[in-house]
Design a protein around this ligand. Structure first.
Ligand code: SF4
Length: 509
């Protein structure tokens, strides 16, 4: 049991901190396609640095360490209850050590269990097989990309593409649409796992299972192999790019599986995974509990540090801001500007936004910056907090509250990822505010910009949801919504929808 727990712990830590080689190679290919000096090239440069920092620090690649989902195959006669116990203990330890963020929240009352254990957490699925060793695989898929999963019931009408029927061409349209609807919100460039058929539940399970395939493998079903190649080629013509900044690579992988279906149902289920595609596996000896082999580690790690010039965004100006920020400074900013922030910023996610709608704030937010972020935080023996991972979370969830809160408290800038909607854009214009897009998943990169935790409020909401007072230095983000009614997100959405319409005509007869 002790060895088994140690093996599970190693699997969790490696999965959270060490991006698999096939994913690194896919990111390298994306970098090679992107022109130097663009926003997407800058984002890929940051992502590359972040991957390296996670390696060096043995720290989470992204602060959202997702829903731990294990798939375990065991020889007949192996006690699965013992394996489950070992996984639970390893999960608790990895959370304590800051390798996983406490992510298990009571759905009715909002309490965070604090140790990643709770009803339905983690997910552990067993299967028996004839082999004489244990095969244990783990995927850590975060909430931002999980929210971009989508399930289609054919036939259906798709925006930009028209009717999708119950055939291969209808499936093709669904997959093109799935990439379009995700935009940059799931931290593109992403990978889609697709389940054709099944029922609503097994279809999604099949889709997620595809994410355990290697990015370099080839589908054994010729029709699906052809469809995977088609989607890879054409989804990358949509121009959504890294983080939805516009660019050459929107998709890093497409993996499709198929189940039989009921005569009356035809589902196409899509599991969208961000670039921080954390899944690893090990084989384990049932006798000793020790790891015999690591999976997904074949081939080279070709991810190269980006050329220095890629870091400089030549498309736009670069501006340094020190919080508190004035309305005049904000009104000077335009979409595309790269902003470097020094001084204070305050984290705020779902619970804080809801709370501030009807209550006062314990700190003066006038002229301040709100960061949509749920960090990984460790407390040292002297009671001092340290930020271990701190990338942005998906901002659109705060759309119902954001504009009102900015006006109520005088907030001048909001940092997050994926952009916000029309209500916030109108508030930015009226009040004099700006939305800044940080690079999703770059949790190590941003953690290094945080020089000190000066305080915390609302810790009762749980670590990810608390309001952390952060002193930052050199925190870079791109203006994607300004106070003049411009939104890069709306522009990319519009042009990608126009491009999507080019794929309306049937391809697979
Ligand atoms: S990279 Fe983005 S989508 Fe993926 S887990 Fe991190 S924040 Fe979520």
């Amino acid at each position: 049991m002790e060895k088994l727990q140690e093996s599970m712990y190693k699997l969790i830590v490696e999965t959270s901190t060490n991006l698999p080689k096939d994913v690194r190679r896919a990111i390298q290919r994306a970098k090679e396609k992107e022109s130097a000096g663009t926003r997407s090239a800058m984002a890929l440069h940051t992502i590359t640095n972040n991957i390296k920092m996670a390696d060096d620090n043995i720290s989470p690649i992204c602060q959202d360490t997702g829903m731990p989902t294990f798939k375990i195959k065991t020889p007949v006669g192996v006690n699965q209850l013992v394996i489950k116990e070992a996984i639970y203990a390893a999960i608790e330890q990895a959370t304590k050590d800051g390798k996983l963020r406490p992510n298990s929240v009571d759905s009715l009352f909002g309490n965070n269990s604090g140790n990643n254990l709770g009803a339905g957490t983690p997910v552990v699925k067993f299967e028996q097989w004839e082999k004489d060793y244990i095969d244990a695989r783990l995927i850590l898929k975060g909430g931002g990309c999980e929210n971009k999963n989508i399930q289609y019931s054919l036939p259906c009408e798709l925006e930009g593409l028209g009717k999708a029927g119950r055939d291969l061409d209808g499936i093709r349209k669904c997959l093109m649409h799935a990439v379009y609807q995700a935009q940059g919100q799931g931290c593109s460039a992403g990978v889609i796992g697709v389940g054709i058929g099944g029922d609503r539940t097994s279809g999604y399970e099949l889709a997620k299972e595809q994410l355990f395939r290697s990015l370099d493998d080839e589908n054994q079903i010729p029709e699906l192999c052809q469809l995977e190649e088609y989607v890879m080629e054409n989804a990358n013509k949509l121009g959504i790019g890294t983080m939805g900044f516009g660019g050459e690579t929107t998709l890093l992988g497409c993996k499709i599986g198929v189940y039989n279906r009921l005569p009356a149902s035809f589902y196409v289920s899509v599991a969208y995974n961000c670039w921080a595609y954390r899944r690893l596996g090990v084989t384990i000896s049932p006798e000793t509990g020790e790891i015999a082999q690591w999976l997904y580690q074949e081939g080279d790690n070709t991810l190269q540090p980006a050329a220095a010039e890629a870091a400089d965004v030549q498309e736009q100006r670069e501006i340094v801001l020190q919080a508190p920020i004035t309305e005049e400074q904000i009104r000077e900013l335009r979409v595309g500007d790269v902003v470097t922030i020094n001084g204070m910023m305050y984290t705020g996610r779902d619970a804080i936004h809801k709370h501030l709608t009807d209550n006062d704030c314990p700190v003066d937010l006038n002229g301040q910056v709100i960061y949509h972020c749920g960090p990984v935080v460790m407390k040292d023996s002297e009671g001092k907090y340290h930020i271990k991972a701190a990338g942005p979370t998906t901002s659109i969830r705060e759309e119902p509250y954001q504009g009102d809160i900015m006006k109520k408290f005088g907030i001048r800038a909001v940092i997050g990822k994926g952009g916000m909607g029309a209500k916030t854009l109108a508030a930015l214009q009226e009040h004099g505010g700006v939305y800044l897009n940080a690079i999703g998943g770059a949790a190590q990169y941003y953690a290094e910009c945080i020089k000190e935790v000066e305080g915390v409020d609302f810790l009762e909401f749980g670590i990810p949801e608390a309001m952390w007072h952060l002193r930052v230095d050199g925190f870079k983000a791109v203006v994607t919504m300004d106070s003049h009614g411009n939104s890069l997100h709306a522009d990319v959405d519009k042009t990608s929808l126009e491009r999507l319409a080019q794929f309306k005509e049937p391809v697979f007869k």
